[in-house]
Design a protein. Structure first.
Length: 478
């Protein structure tokens, strides 16, 4: 889908709100539809005469004018993109609406993103592809004085979509192909070409680093663990670094605390945190943000064999802290413990965000709407919330009273890797906090938001790419 700042499309798109009274090019049609109660202007509602009229027009509802947001625009124009492809429309004219409560550039970004989101599908393993050819050209009618920022908005949004679609593809790939080494190879392939330095460490080097917790989780698998470190130096004049640490379980059987058969079906998605880091790093590098960002992934499988770690084991960690293993299915926090310590102690990051499909408890608490969060720094948490609001990826901070920390104190070791059924998302996050030193840190639990059992507006069934946009805007703005 190409965007051109001129007229020339075969179909005219007319965005309308529920309060619209008059339309220059479709007044008669619009009035008739409203009178017959055939079109109400609801958000994402579409009426088209493109199949039977010489003057092809598509009306696109935006909802109530005072309730329009960037996210509602994304949803509406996603629906439009789907409709254009269904009708096999090759090109369309769109006049960019002006809203009092939304910046013009943000309006352009939301419209462009919604249209581009409609192009995604994962059909790699289908013998018969379902994809309808994409719309070739979208002609945007814009304010002349806004031309430069419109071009910037389009390019930035295209870069974001590159990262989101990359993340989705990595997560949707079956675990038989998306092994730790395959994940590392994909990171190198996708990121080195846009100027990100990627270093990959194997089992021997991981052992030399003292990452005992990470290695313990990986022992049951025949696949070699990989520590993936991605370094983007967008501002060589600054020593400040943001670290993005992603959970990288390319498959999680639960180990000896084995999951149910149904529970294992989607566990190829347990590396969504790592995929979102790779996707965000690509978007950041493509947009040439003037920030320094380091991505860190401890990638492995959690499997069962004679070498696998067991409930009751006591293991070490890179930090020197010891951990009682009460549940081998609470493995992500063990790999992250070493990755976070690496971010704090070796990289010496100024800010750390970890992203993980960490707990089923987060899905119970927040469903698939909000990403759960735990933090040790209110300022950083506020900045994450602002970035998430821009992105349309809501985040909900959970409480972290000191009393919760008592639940993860060990009896025979410093810590235990499970605080029990109650407050599972909170105790998992507080476990991770033990490995960030005093570095400002936010933990994002994306167990409910990174992978969906059914589509939700422009978020498809399967991998969603959440929270690539949040990470991008955090790096850009804060």
């Amino acid at each position: 889908m190409n965007f051109k700042l001129q007229k020339g499309g075969e179909v005219k798109i007319i965005p309308v709100t529920k309060e619209t009274k008059e339309l220059e090019d479709a007044n008669e049609l619009y009035s008739y539809l409203m009178k017959k109660d055939l079109f109400k202007g609801n958000c994402g509602e579409i009426y088209s005469n493109a199949l039977y009229s010489k003057d092809k027009v598509i009306l696109l509802g935006l909802g109530e004018k005072n309730k329009i947001t960037c996210n509602s625009l994304r949803k509406a124009f996603y629906n439009l993109g789907v409709e254009l492809m269904d009708l096999k429309i090759e090109s369309a004219d769109i006049s960019i609406p002006i809203f009092k409560n939304i910046d013009y550039k943000n309006t352009v970004q939301a419209i462009v993103e919604g249209l581009l989101q409609s192009e995604y599908s994962f059909e790699k393993y289908l013998t018969k592809k379902k994809t309808i050819p994409s719309v070739e050209n979208i002609y945007l009618d814009i304010l002349e004085e806004k031309k430069e920022e419109t071009i910037e908005a389009i390019e930035e949004t295209k870069n974001l979509i590159e990262g989101i679609f990359l993340t989705r593809n990595l997560v949707n790939e079956p675990a038989m192909y998306m092994t730790p080494k395959a994940l590392a190879n994909n990171a190198k392939k996708e990121l080195e070409q846009v100027g990100v330095e990627v270093k990959v460490y194997g089992a021997k080097e991981i052992e030399e680093l003292g990452m005992e917790a990470f290695l313990a989780v990986s022992k049951g698998s025949s696949q070699e663990p990989q520590l993936i470190v991605m370094n983007y130096k967008g501002n060589p004049n600054s020593d400040e670094k943001l670290a993005l640490v992603g959970k990288g379980l390319t498959y999680d059987s639960g180990g000896y605390s084995i999951k149910t058969s149904n529970g294992m079906v989607t566990m190829h998605s347990d590396m969504a945190g790592s995929a979102s880091v790779i996707g965000a790093m690509k978007s950041i590098a493509m947009s040439k943000l003037k920030k320094n960002v380091v991505g860190i992934i401890a990638a492995c499988e959690n499997m069962i064999s004679g070498k696998a770690y067991k409930p009751g084991d006591i293991i070490g960690s890179m930090s020197g802290k010891t951990i009682e293993v009460l549940n081998t299915d609470a493995e992500g926090r063990l790999t992250l413990a070493d990755a976070l310590w690496y971010a704090a102690d070796v990289v010496k990051a100024d800010k750390i965000i970890d992203i993980a499909t960490l707990t089923g408890a987060c899905v119970v608490a927040l469903g698939n709407i909000n990403t759960g969060a735990i933090t040790n720094n209110d300022t950083l948490m506020n900045n994450v919330n602002k970035a998430a609001e821009i992105a349309g990826e809501p985040v909900w901070e959970l409480p972290h009273n000191d009393e919760y920390k008592e639940l993860i104190k060990g009896t025979f070791a410093d810590l235990k890797n499970s605080g029990g059924r109650g407050a599972g998302t909170i105790t998992a996050g507080l476990f991770l906090q033990e490995f960030v030193k005093d570095t400002p840190w936010v933990h994002l639990d994306i167990a409910g938001t990174s992978y969906l059992s059914s589509k939700n507006a422009y978020l498809p069934k399967g991998a969603t790419g959440v929270p690539v946009k949040t990470l991008y805007f955090l790096a850009k703005e804060y």
